[in-house]
Design a protein around this ligand. Structure first.
Ligand SMILES: CC(C)(COP(=O)(O)OP(=O)(O)OC[C@H]1O[C@@H](n2cnc3c(N)ncnc32)[C@H](O)[C@@H]1OP(=O)(O)O)[C@@H](O)C(=O)NCCC(=O)NCCS
Length: 160
């Protein structure tokens, strides 16, 4: 059985599908005002993108009993990579290890997929917290840009 992933307060962090019970809380997830230059103002925007776009899969981030964030993933069948996007840790919950726990949980989930060979994401060059988090997890810039954002990749070794 895989080990629990916890934040720095010892709360168990899990990713869950969007349901009738959690969608309101996930929709209300919001970054700080200053961070709205990097991401949508509310989780609701990403939920709608997942519902209507047919590409992204939204997940709620739960720490024990509380919804604390949103993250989503997609498979790019042209490039053959899985992508992570739309990560928001609610402003009141930041700095407690939730972002790191979310990334660990999603990387674990994606690498377990049989066709997962590489995980990609992109971030604004000015988004220092995101850049540090992704670099510390092993993502390295590919040299590509996506809407002016730096694209970074994590190779996946089969069987890890
Ligand atoms: C980026 C974000 C998801 C990080 O979530 P978080 O729960 O606050 O992060 P954590 O507490 O797990 O910290 C993880 C790492 O992020 C980095 N980090 C977090 N806050 C930081 C800050 N204010 N300054 C610099 N680095 C920071 C650090 O590397 C940290 O690791 P450390 O604690 O070992 O030093 C969160 O700040 C957020 O939601 N920002 C707005 C949305 C956004 O920018 N999403 C990413 C789009 S690409």
């Amino acid at each position: 059985m895989s080990q629990d992933i916890t934040d720095s307060h010892g709360r168990r962090v899990v990713l869950e599908d969007i349901t009738d019970d959690n969608w309101r809380a996930v929709a209300d997830v919001a970054p700080t005002d200053d961070q709205r230059r990097f991401v949508a103002a509310l989780g609701a925007r990403y939920l709608l993108l997942s519902m209507r776009g047919g590409l992204w899969h939204s997940l709620g981030v739960r720490a024990d009993d509380t919804i604390v964030g949103h993250v989503m993933w997609a498979y790019d069948d042209e490039g053959g990579a899985h992508w992570i996007g739309g990560m928001i840790v609610d402003a009141a919950e930041q700095g407690r290890g939730v972002g790191r726990a979310t990334m660990r949980a999603l990387i674990r989930r994606l690498t377990a997929l049989p066709d997962c060979q590489e995980i990609r994401l992109s971030y604004d060059p000015a988004n220092t917290p995101a850049a540090r988090l992704y670099t510390s997890l092993g993502f390295t810039p590919t040299g590509d840009r996506e809407d002016e954002e730096i694209v970074a990749a994590l190779p996946v070794t089969p069987g890890t």
